[in-house]
Design a protein around this ligand. Structure first.
Ligand SMILES: Nc1ncnc2c1ncn2[C@@H]1O[C@H](COP(=O)(O)OP(=O)(O)OP(=O)(O)O)[C@@H](O)[C@H]1O
Ligand SMILES: [Mg+2]
Length: 237
């Protein structure tokens, strides 16, 4: 059975429709990538799953129960956690305080000490920089805080929106390695939205390709990596 099941979702902003009948599923323990060009609707899809946007039609089920009519805080309470695009840190707060902000749901409060330990094991830099204001961190460190804040919410599914955006190649490698480690160490299911097709396919089990608000391809990551359309559309080959 799928842990997350998105069925025929359409959604948008006011009069503007952005998603046109999206269906996809994610099984427990999988890393699933969603790749697509700028404006394809990837972030809109994540916002719809986490309840920030209400779909005009379709269903989203998490662990067998419909969630598409729930408010975002109740979805967070079920441990479906969205790390949004662009980090969105509280720049005038410290690293520690930013991490604390991830732990406001009831289930995450109970696990606070363990989850903080997990974040520090994954990103030792964040322990060293505990008292530093988030706004003064490097881009890579800020991304670690954004992912760390997601882990503080004790996710069953972690949905990451372009975690490698704007990072130098060597830092990208670290971020992708950390994502894989989260899945392997804690069994967290991962939905990874990315434009870095090579690195995201390298760590994921399966992937979906979005174009103009629709899923145009899906398959296991190895197959997609070898696909001629992927090569020309995303890898410039
Ligand atoms: N708040 C908004 N109001 C109106 N239109 C929006 C809003 N947010 C996004 N859109 C539009 O929805 C479409 C899809 O945007 P979305 O952010 O989901 O794409 P994306 O695939 O995440 O792109 P990127 O890779 O650049 O982040 C775009 O045409 C965008 O202009
Ligand atoms: Mg986006």
């Amino acid at each position: 059975m799928s842990l997350l099941n998105i069925e025929n979702i359409s959604a948008g902003y006011g009069e503007i429709q952005v998603l046109f009948g999206i269906s996809l599923h994610v099984k427990e323990g999988e890393i699933v990538s969603i790749i697509g060009a700028n404006g394809a609707g990837k972030s809109t899809l994540l916002k719809t799953v986490s309840g920030l946007i209400k779909p005009s039609s379709g269903r989203v089920e998490f662990a067998g129960k419909p969630i598409h009519e729930l408010p975002p805080d109740e979805i967070v309470e079920q441990a479906l956690i969205h790390v949004p695009e662009g980090r969105r840190l509280f720049s005038q707060m410290t690293v520690y305080e930013n991490l604390e902000m991830g732990a406001y749901s009831k289930h995450a409060e109970v696990g606070f000490a363990k989850n903080l330990g997990d974040v520090h094991a994954l990103f030792p830099r964040l322990k060293e920089r505990e008292k530093q204001l988030a706004g003064t961190l490097s881009g890579g460190e800020q991304q670690m805080v954004a992912i760390g804040r997601g882990i503080m919410a004790q996710p069953r599914i972690l949905m990451l929106d372009e975690p490698s955006l704007g990072l130098a190649p060597v830092l990208k490698k670290d971020i992708f390695a950390a994502i894989k480690k989260i899945a392997e160490t804690y069994g967290t299911t991962i939905v990874l939205v990315e434009q870095d097709v090579v690195n995201s396919l390298a760590i994921s089990d399966r992937a979906y390709v979005m174009e103009q608000g629709q899923i145009v391809m899906e398959g296991n990551s190895e197959q997609l990596m070898a696909d001629p359309h992927i090569k020309t559309a995303f890898l410039g080959l």
